[in-house]
Design a protein. Structure first.
Length: 646
């Protein structure tokens, strides 16, 4: 159901209301009921698809209806069974040609090149919406007619089955036998329980599609929006997990709406989902996910294929035949879902998963695990099995959600091993920034870099950066950038940032986008000095005598420090230059003058020095970092302490 406009929604609701009134005031199972339902089908579908689509589908459906009547009538006669089989095969091939012609672009291109634009343009007017579901309905009808499994065919019943509007667009794929039962079931005036169940399913579908789906779609459709980790592949995995829930809530929500509306009309459509992410293996997953499709695939493709291999190729082991059946069935399943190669890979991914599970299930170790009596082991095995199955299915959605070029870009960017982390840059800058590290694929690759603070707009930082070096430093906003409210020049302020990288391979035209989160800490919060940051040594200062030269790396240009010292034997610290003037990276500690004495030389012995960064406005003090220095006796010794500082 597609609610593209208020008019379509009103028409849809009005038709449902009229059909409910028909059930209440005109109960029964006559021709009037079927005619009204067919009229409602046509009215709703005419708002969703072009009229030519309905006409072509109706002509094809009636042709298949005639073939099904012949199959149902004559197949029982042994002498005509071969001819009926050929008729069935020819009609299925016709349906395949029709499906390929409408779904894939290359037959239209061939038709346009060979016979002109007239026929190709007419085909373009036929919408493919709901096409895949109609295709399986027609195949099911023909095969079951050949097998003699269909009830009496009626044209109105068959057309209602094909065009039934609640399930026309996206299923569930009903069986003709079930639809025949419900359309010929006499309507009840007071079917209160049925109505309550219908409204509950509709409510459930609305909650899934309009509350839960928007919660996941932002992260599910584009992994570039996920920046919960600085590790690129973890963000991709989180996006795929989100896509698993998005797809489930979106698809099962539509199925709930379709089943609920069908119940209001007096029909019981088949269930399509049964908690699929609780499956303990991939085989169980396909018994719970898109149940109506998987049952069609199993009954009409997988089982006949495996039986045919076992019958005609007796030398092939049964396990190999089953594996072949899985691969072929899900190859066709991938082609049914989409027209590009990534859908083929998605189908083969699930086919391979089923094949591996089949082999695993027959190993002695797997059978022993099933026989373990310990409840703790059983529960642990179930939890691990569910987690493995969920991860396998989620990673398979990579082929379903992204094109091959996008997947190749993900693989290429993952090889970069991108990491972004806050970094304090020493030397001439003495600023906080972001260090971006990566492993270049090619020295000719380029990268564009944007940056933004949390809640701010993007600022373009660098264009076509050559990635050959393996690192790139982001300090802050450039001087010539017009936006000045977000970053201070040559220094990133504390806060949450995002780096947006557009990576372009030298051999590709497209660019792959990556967003990495980085948090610049409060400068003083991570400003505690390390052994490499602080240097203290004794030196003789001109005109003052012995002192201590202290070198340190401030966290910012504006940082202030507290410096204290004491003799080793003393417990009292002496404050030296409280809140040392900002901008310095060294200090000379000398004896504090007393009276008229000019002797500022420190007494010989061992001294303890400690330093910390301070932020008086915020009331923040970093941890103290201590060093010890020995002041010698007498004149300057040789060696490291032979410094004369003026």
């Amino acid at each position: 159901m597609i609610f593209d406009s208020l008019g379509i929604t009103a028409l849809y609701g009005g038709i449902i209301l009229l059909m409910i009134l028909q059930r209440i005031f005109l109960p029964g199972k006559g021709l009037l009921k079927q005619a009204l339902l067919l009229l409602a089908d046509v009215l709703v579908l005419s708002c969703l698809v072009p009229p030519l689509t309905i006409l072509v589908t109706a002509v094809l459906a009636m042709f298949c209806y005639g073939v099904a009547l012949c199959l149902q009538k004559y197949t029982a006669r042994a002498q005509r069974r071969t001819w009926m089989f050929l008729l069935l095969t020819a009609n299925i091939l016709l349906l395949l040609i029709w499906w390929v012609l409408l779904k894939y672009p290359w037959p239209k291109a061939f038709l346009r090149a060979s016979s002109g634009a007239f026929f190709a343009d007419k085909i373009d007017l036929i919408a493919t919406i709901g096409l895949s579901y109609i295709f399986f309905k027609l195949i099911h009808t023909l095969v079951d007619a050949y097998r003699g499994l269909l009830p009496d065919l009626n044209l109105f019943t068959f057309l209602n089955y094909i065009f039934f509007f609640p399930t026309y667009l996206s299923g569930p794929i009903d069986r003709f036998q079930n639809f025949h039962h419900w359309i010929n079931r006499e309507s009840l005036k007071a079917d209160e329980l049925f109505f309550k169940a219908a409204f509950f399913r509709i409510f459930l579908g609305v909650v899934k599609k309009f509350i839960l789906v928007p919660f996941f779609i932002f992260y599910a459709k584009d992994y570039g929006q996920v920046h919960l980790s600085s590790v690129y592949l973890i963000n991709v995995a989180i996006s795929l997990f989100a896509y698993s829930f998005y797809l489930y809530f979106d698809f099962s929500g539509y199925s709930d709406l379709a089943i609920g509306v069908a119940m209001l009309l007096g029909f019981r459509a088949p269930e399509n989902f049964d908690a699929p992410y609780r499956a303990r293996d991939i085989a169980e997953f396909w018994k719970r996910w898109h149940i109506s499709l998987s049952s069609i695939l199993r009954e009409y493709i997988f089982l006949p294929l495996v039986r045919g291999i076992s019958k005609h190729f007796t030398w092939i082991p049964r396990l190999a035949g089953t594996i072949c059946g899985y691969l072929v069935t899900f190859l066709l399943c991938g082609l049914w879902h989409g027209t590009t190669l990534n859908f083929v890979l998605w189908g083969l991914w699930h086919g391979a998963g089923l094949a591996v599970h089949k082999v695993w299930a027959q190993t002695p170790f797997s059978q022993k695990l099933q026989q373990v009596k310990c409840k703790t082991v059983q529960n642990a095995f179930v939890v691990i099995s569910i987690a493995i199955t969920f991860c396998y299915v989620s990673f398979g959605w990579l082929f379903f959600n992204y094109s091959l070029n996008q997947i190749a870009s993900i693989q290429a960017v993952s090889r970069l091993k991108l990491t972004a982390a806050p970094h304090y840059f020493y030397g001439n800058t003495y600023t906080w920034g972001i260090r971006l590290k990566y492993r270049p694929i090619s020295a000719r690759d380029k990268m564009d870099i944007d940056i933004r603070a949390k809640g701010k707009s993007w600022v373009h930082y660098a264009d076509a950066v050559n990635v050959g070096s393996g690192t790139f430093n982001v300090y802050g906003e450039r001087r010539n950038n017009a936006v000045t409210s977000e970053f201070s020049y040559n220094n990133l302020l504390p806060g949450d940032y995002q780096l947006r990288l557009h990576y372009q391979r030298a051999d590709r035209n497209s660019k792959q986008r990556v967003i990495l989160p980085v948090t610049i800490p409060d400068y003083l919060e991570h400003a505690n000095l390390t052994a490499d940051d602080l240097e203290a040594k004794a030196c003789r200062l001109t005109d003052t005598g012995w002192g201590i030269r202290l070198k340190y790396h401030p966290p910012t240009r504006d940082a202030k420090v507290d410096i204290e010292y004491r003799p080793l034997q003393s417990d009292s610290w002496v404050r030296y230059r409280p809140q040392h003037v900002k901008g310095f990276r060294f200090a000379h500690i000398i004896k504090v003058q007393t009276g008229h004495s000019k002797n500022q030389s420190l007494e010989p012995g061992v001294y303890c020095i400690r330093i910390r960064y301070i932020n008086p406005k915020k009331g923040y003090f970093s941890d103290w970092t201590e060093r010890s220095v020995h002041i010698p006796t007498g004149p300057n010794p040789s060696g490291d302490n032979k410094d004369e500082i003026s």
